[in-house]
Design a protein. Structure first.
Ligand SMILES: Nc1ncnc2c1ncn2[C@@H]1O[C@H](COP(=O)(O)OP(=O)(O)O)[C@@H](O)[C@H]1O
Ligand SMILES: [Mg+2]
Lengths: 358, 534
């Protein structure tokens, strides 16, 4: 096996292999870091918080891999998976399960509920083949709205979960009442050169990524990828196209459900009501920034993208605060942060749409 | 004899390096019905597109040669030029607007306008779009055109929902409604018509010709042509073969001219074959119907013996490609199928593959390959999916065995590539076809369907592929069902060749049957009738 094609491995040619959006956001990332250093922001803290955001967002970003690979496109209906995960946690908490047991049981239940929801969502996507990206976001909105009502009416009477006055679950259920806040984040946590490394979170992220990577090397995973590339080819090879797309969306939704469990422990709250609406676009922008297209995504895109995109947001806020110094009247900094975040999302989506045309 | 109206002088045309018309010259006379004949790809539509100034001609580098009308050279750079010169054309594909009435379609873009007060003002602002249409005049003209065609249908009927045969007449009505029409080109007008509709059209054509309008008529149905035309011109592989008075020829001769002596591939001897008339039936097909668009199969039955190479030929659009696609479940089909005596349900691709059938599709890029994936992944794909091969103990793709197998196939089939990692989209047509074959062979099939195995590939690869098929049949006793538009190729390796026309099997011939017999069958004429005609 020695006759490998010798490739020109100059630095420039390596750079050229990186997708354009990744390069652009990467450069921006570096610029922000340098600015941070110049204005004297504590480096350790910046890296710590960007690692933390990466840890809680990576699995949510990972949920896009199966749906993109199967040809359904990025999972714009991420709220379905998130609602499944939230429901799982709420149900487990209602039984007053605490700590690691809560983590374990709500993860398992999240996978089960997510798979069931993903099954029906997959069937919906098959029914609207060709306009998935138009229908999916509204499916997410609809589910979020319906569950707004569910949270209000669930027959749960755990005092730590209810509004202080009246019926219904709180907007934010604090996990510290259940000894489940930061439970992964604190596992094997250590500090090095001023950087806090939340090892437990990162381990879970890498296990999830590895499982996904392995799945796409199994017969079923390879079949799903083929369905996304060319449904006619897949059909001629005896693959059930609709079934493959349903499996992909079950996995996608289940992964999103697990993702929100990890997210919740990372911030110490189970957040309900409108909360699921704010995940789809950052997760999709993350994978696109990492080099995925609307038709093709790899686990590597998730890791690179979640790190760059979430890292940038983590860095941008404090750096801008510093740059603007005392001029932050009326939350200008937070506005800027929103502009940066939505600007990158818009940019990534525009690049994706353009790529789809070519 | 009537006057010469139109002349094609030394017309040549190249599509991206591929010469599809070579120095073609012939003429059309006033008021004659002139049949233009030739196998698929002979260049019939191309030369008519040149006459009509179609953009596809001019966007691909134009053409060489001259067009003369009334002995004067004319330039036809667009369909508008053509219309101004009195040339009308009904294309192979319909160009009607479904939501409009027949009259509106007949008058499309040539609407009759009335003046009114408002439009005098608005037309200066918006141009002529705002003028009111004079519907009465439009309907009257459309009526006249329909009457010429003996069409009793109301002119204000919507085109939407009309039977497809009627649409053809609406298109013709549109052309003959044009003032000063001299030549009307009909590109395969009867292909979509039922028998009685076709009859009707032929008599309408005679009416039109009687008005002094010349008709150029492209068709595959030889009987129609001899019934209606005054002269015939035959093209073969872009060359002009002959122009003759119809009364001086017959279907048999025309068929021979059409099929001709092509670049022939010598028939390899049948020695060493593991097959004879007593071999078991490997595939039995009864009353097969397939709903493949443009390749419909309408009730075909045949048996193929174990180890046989069974050829299926016919002109494009007649249904030959539908057979394999229907059997393999790519398009909806019904019928009774037995494989090695065992009944199989149609539409179950997985079951067919599991029973040892493999399919090399005619649609290489759409169905045959994952063009963004590597050669090795393409080669092992179906075997992995159906037979769970090339997986390790954990159920993961086994890189090592995949690579080893891919290298073996690359060597055996002489696939020219940089490595087994190269994407198949980057390969030449011939090498892509070899990858498709490699994938099928990796399934270790007992029955192999190959459709258009050598379409669009160079002669060297062609030979290699045909030799390979023969070798598989000889050494492994593989049953092969090969569908091809190239008769020479079918005859070179098949044991029997079936000819499909209009969705039905006209007959089965031995590979050494005369060309005229094949030609007749391709036109839908059974042998017995052919003998009467000669
Ligand atoms: N737009 C095109 N681009 C490239 N090749 C073409 C195009 N149209 C036709 N051809 C080729 O030109 C040849 C003649 O085609 P055509 O005139 O349509 O044949 P016919 O009408 O006799 O069946 C064929 O080999 C066909 O593949
Ligand atoms: Mg044609």
């Amino acid at each position: 096996m020695s006759e490998k094609v010798t490739e020109n491995v100059s630095f420039l040619s390596l750079i050229r292999k990186i997708p354009f959006s990744t390069r652009a956001v990467g450069l921006f990332y570096i610029a922000v870091v340098i600015t941070g250093v110049v204005v004297g922001w504590p480096f350790g803290m910046l890296i710590s918080s960007s690692l933390h955001l990466f840890g809680v967002w990576a699995i949510l970003t990972l949920a896009n891999v199966p749906s993109i690979q199967s040809g359904t496109g990025p999972n714009f209906a991420l709220p379905i998976g998130i609602v499944s995960g939230l429901l799982a946690m709420v149900l487990i908490l209602a039984m007053n399960v605490m700590g690691w047991m809560f983590m374990l049981l709500s993860t398992i239940l999240a996978i089960i509920l997510g798979s069931i929801a993903g099954f029906f969502y997959g069937r919906l996507m098959n029914a609207v083949k060709g306009s998935e990206m138009a229908i999916a976001p509204y499916t997410g909105f609809a589910i979020t709205a319906i569950f707004g009502l569910v949270w209000l009416t669930l027959p749960i009477d755990h005092p730590n979960m209810l509004f202080f006055l009246g019926d219904g679950l709180r907007h934010q259920i604090p996990l510290d009442y259940f000894n489940a806040n930061f439970i992964l984040a604190n596992l094997l946590q250590f500090e090095i050169a001023g950087v806090t490394v939340r090892t437990g979170e990162l381990i879970v992220v890498f296990v999830a990524c590895a499982l996904m990577w392995l799945f796409f090397r199994t017969k079923t995973g390879i079949a799903i990828s083929a369905v996304g590339r060319s449904p006619m080819f897949a059909k001629a090879a005896g693959i059930n196209v609709n079934r493959s797309r349903i499996i992909a969306n079950m996995i996608s939704t289940a992964v999103a459900a697990v993702g929100i469990v990890v997210y919740a422990q990372g911030f110490g709250f189970v957040q309900l009501y409108d909360f699921p609406m704010f995940f789809a676009f950052p997760a999709i922008a993350g994978i696109l920034v990492g080099g995925a297209s609307g038709q093709r995504a790899r686990v590597m895109n998730v890791i690179v993208g979640a790190f760059l995109f979430q890292g940038l947001l983590a860095l941008a806020l404090p750096v801008f605060t510093r740059v603007l110094a005392d001029t932050d009247v009326g939350g200008v900094v937070n506005q800027i942060r929103m502009i940066v975040q939505n600007g990158i999302i818009l940019y990534a989506l525009a690049l994706m749409a353009r790529g789809a045309k070519q | 004899m009537s006057r010469t109206l139109l002349e094609f002088k030394n017309i040549s045309k190249t599509y991206s390096g591929n010469q599809v018309l070579k120095d073609v010259s012939f003429d059309i006379r006033e008021g004659e019905i002139h049949a233009l004949l030739g196998e698929n790809g002979a260049g019939k539509s191309t030369i008519m597109n040149i006459l009509f100034g179609m953009p596809v001609i001019h966007s691909t580098g134009g053409f060489e040669g001259e067009l003369h009308i009334d002995e004067k050279k004319v330039d036809v750079n667009s369909p508008f030029d053509a219309m101004a010169l009195g040339i009308g054309m009904v294309h192979q594909e319909f160009m009607l607007i479904p939501g409009f009435t027949i009259a509106e379609n007949v008058k499309l873009n040539r609407e009759i306008e009335k003046n009114n007060i408002i439009n005098t003002i608005t037309s200066s602002l918006f141009g002529k779009r705002m003028k009111t249409l004079d519907r009465k005049a439009m309907n009257r003209d459309a009526r006249k055109a329909l009457d010429k065609l003996d069409m009793s249908i109301e002119e204000f009927t919507l085109v939407q929902g009309l039977p497809i045969g009627y649409m053809q007449f609406v298109e013709i009505a549109r052309e003959i409604d044009k003032k000063g029409l001299k030549v009307l080109v009909l590109d395969e007008p009867t292909a979509v018509l039922t028998e009685s509709e076709a009859e009707h059209l032929l008599s309408a054509m005679r009416n039109i010709a009687a008005l002094g309008i010349a008709i150029v008529f492209i068709s595959h149905r030889l009987n129609e042509i001899t019934a209606v035309s005054d002269r015939v011109t035959i093209l073969r592989d872009g060359e002009h073969v002959i122009t003759k008075d119809t009364k001086d020829t017959n279907v048999l001769e025309i068929a021979e001219y059409m099929v001709g002596r092509k670049v022939s591939i010598d028939r390899t001897s049948g020695e060493g074959r593991q097959f004879d008339d007593n071999s078991d039936i490997a595939l039995s097909v009864k009353d097969l119907y397939v709903a493949m668009p443009n390749e419909q199969v309408k009730g075909i039955s045949f048996d193929v013996r174990k180890g046989e190479i069974f050829g299926i030929g016919g002109l494009a659009g007649q249904g030959k490609l539908g057979i394999a696609n229907g059997l393999m479940g790519i398009y909806e089909a019904k019928g009774d199928i037995l494989i090695n005596g065992q009944k199989v349900a149609l539409g179950k691709t997985r079951q067919m593959l599991g029973m040892g059938a493999a399919f090399v599709s005619e649609d290489r890029k759409g169905v045959g390959l994952l063009i963004e994936e590597s050669i090795e992944d393409n080669i092992v794909f179906t075997a992995m999916n159906i037979h769970s091969e090339f997986l390790n103990a954990l159920g993961l793709a086994n890189k090592h065995t995949i690579r080893e197998h891919a290298r073996k196939m690359i060597k055996e089939l002489d696939i020219r590539c940089t490595s087994e990692k190269q994407h198949t989209g980057r390969l030449s047509g011939g090498n892509q076809q070899k990858v498709c074959l490699a994938r099928a062979l990796t399934q270790k099939p007992s029955i192999l369907f190959v459709s258009e195995p050598t379409r669009g590939i160079d002669i060297g690869a062609k030979k290699l592929i045909l030799d390979l098929l023969l070798k598989l049949s000889r050494e492994q006793g593989m049953t092969i069902i090969m569908t091809s538009s190239e008769l020479a190729e079918l005859c070179s390796i098949s044991d029997r060749v079936a000819i499909v026309c209009e969705g039905e099997m006209v007959g089965i011939l031995p590979p050494d049957a005369s060309l005229s017999k094949f030609g007749l069958m391709m036109s839908g004429i059974k042998e017995a009738e052919g003998e009467v005609a000669s």
